[in-house]
Design a protein around this ligand. Structure first.
Ligand SMILES: Cc1ncc(COP(=O)(O)O)c(C=O)c1O
Length: 443
């Protein structure tokens, strides 16, 4: 062990002890931010804050009660174990989007440190003010080269891309056609656009075609996810390209979960489908398979020029930190040079899906590294997640409104550094625990 490894292990130990104390305090109903004499530190919402937030607390409590009555109350889980950095005793984390196991890769850290030394931590402003650095420009160039788009534009996250770019693009359309299972950020982008939005049945190109035929002659926009985030199934890209062509529609693919993972070279869902032309707008995120943070939109130079002048989420938000851009660029180099990561992710996913189906569990239409185990009620999903956590597996219950009522589930997302043995053991445990809830074959 190197000397500084000992020191950082020490620090990790101390952090873990602090964290454990905080959890004990919380479990005992003590608020760790309240001092021994009961005094709170000053600050917003505190005793000495002038009272302006506490005066309105009845509103927030009423709101919490309302969501609780609807069965929609959410609480932040305790700090998740970092899937790449935690020790052997930590649970197997099956709820991260770190598909290619890059977030803890020392090459990303080194790239980030070099960028920090050169350019500091924060970007200090939006891209159009002081926030543009050579790291942003280089990453955009790399993304442009990798995706084959004419140009790419970085945003602070995939969410920012959708709420920034969709309103601009949709404003030029008369109608937007959106897959009914598209992500919340796509829905929010459509809402912000105020353009009429019609949802078509999930992956149903016949339904989409009938809606397109019934619509007017004006410009149209079709938006779909590449790999659907809660189902792990894949959009019918080739058919969508045909339909878009036939109806003169703009086609936009949000490939947040496919970018880096699908296709022989990791270029995502279009590459997997063998489609090289006909997708007008491609969206990816750098916070999932790339192990970093950020999002990008790719398209023609004219589109990118237009978005650069008009996308409010770009213009009015601080740019990504340079170290994050450098780490993402390094991740892209690894994606290019280490295809084994995608290959292993795929073979592990196929194997786990087979095992779960053999145990009689419903994995829906998943064909990728995202595998739902559909249990059909929020309560069951929560109970199953709790039972699994007791056995050393960190999963999350996915409930309405994230997924439609009746399709509540545990969402399993894999990483390429899992082992076959670990996943076989998971499938056995899942079969047993689901059996206790009357699901599957109870193997
Ligand atoms: C389909 C889709 N688009 C966009 C996003 C948002 O991306 P980010 O996490 O980078 O904000 C997500 C996140 O889960 C997603 O699933």
């Amino acid at each position: 062990m190197k000397a500084n490894e000992g020191a950082s292990a020490d620090k990790r130990g101390r952090r873990a002890a602090d964290f454990a104390e905080t959890v004990r305090d919380a479990a005992a109903g003590r608020n760790p931010t309240v001092g021994k004499d009961g005094a709170r530190p000053t600050g917003v919402g505190g005793k000495n804050a002038g009272g302006h937030s506490s005066r309105h607390d009845a509103l927030w409590r009423e709101g919490v009660e309302e969501v609780a009555r609807q069965g929609l109350r959410r609480e932040l889980p305790s700090a998740a174990y970092h899937p790449a950095l935690s020790d052997e005793k930590a649970p197997l984390v099956l709820c991260s989007n770190d598909y290619l196991a890059l977030s803890g890769d020392p090459r990303l850290r080194d790239a980030a440190v070099r960028a920090f030394d050169e350019d500091g931590c924060g970007s200090t402003g939006s891209r159009l003010l002081s926030g543009n650095s050579r790291f942003h420009l280089e990453l955009e160039e790399e993304l442009t080269d990798f995706t084959g788009c004419e140009a790419c534009l970085l945003f602070s996250s995939g969410y920012h891309v959708n709420v920034g770019a969709i309103p601009v693009i949709a404003a030029k359309a008369e109608v937007v056609f959106s897959d009914e299972l598209n992500h919340a950020s796509v829905i929010d982008g459509c809402r912000l656009s105020r353009t009429k939005t019609v949802t078509y049945r999930h992956r149903d190109v016949n339904h989409l075609e009938s809606l397109l035929k019934r619509s007017g002659k004006g410009p149209k926009l079709i938006i779909t996810e590449g790999v659907f985030s809660m189902d792990g199934d894949v959009a019918p890209v080739a058919e969508l390209v045909e339909l878009a062509r036939a109806h003169g529609a703009i086609l936009m693919i949000d490939d947040a979960h496919g970018f880096g993972c699908l296709g022989p070279d990791g270029r995502g869902t279009p590459e997997e489908a063998g489609v090289t032309e006909g997708i007008d707008i491609y969206v990816g995120t750098l916070g999932k398979a790339m192990g970093a943070m950020g999002g990008f939109v790719g398209g023609s130079q004219a589109l990118i020029d237009y978005l650069t002048s008009t996308a409010r989420a770009l213009l009015y938000s601080t740019a990504l930190p340079p170290p994050v851009c450098a780490a993402a660029a390094e991740a892209l180099r690894i994606v290019r040079s280490e295809p084994w990561r995608r290959e292993k992710l795929r073979s592990l996913s196929d194997m786990l899906r087979r095992e779960l189906r053999t145990a009689g569990l419903d994995t829906g239409l998943s064909s990728t590294h995202i595998i739902p185990v559909i249990v059909g009620s929020g309560d069951r999903a929560l109970r199953l997640a709790r039972l699994l956590e007791e056995k050393g597996y960190l999963t999350r219950a996915i409930r309405f409104p994230t997924v439609p009522k009746g399709s509540e589930r545990i969402r399993l997302s894999l990483r390429c550094d899992f082992t076959e043995e670990a996943l076989k053991a998971l499938a056995r445990t899942l079969g047993e625990e689901a059996g206790k809830l009357g699901l599957g074959r109870g193997l």
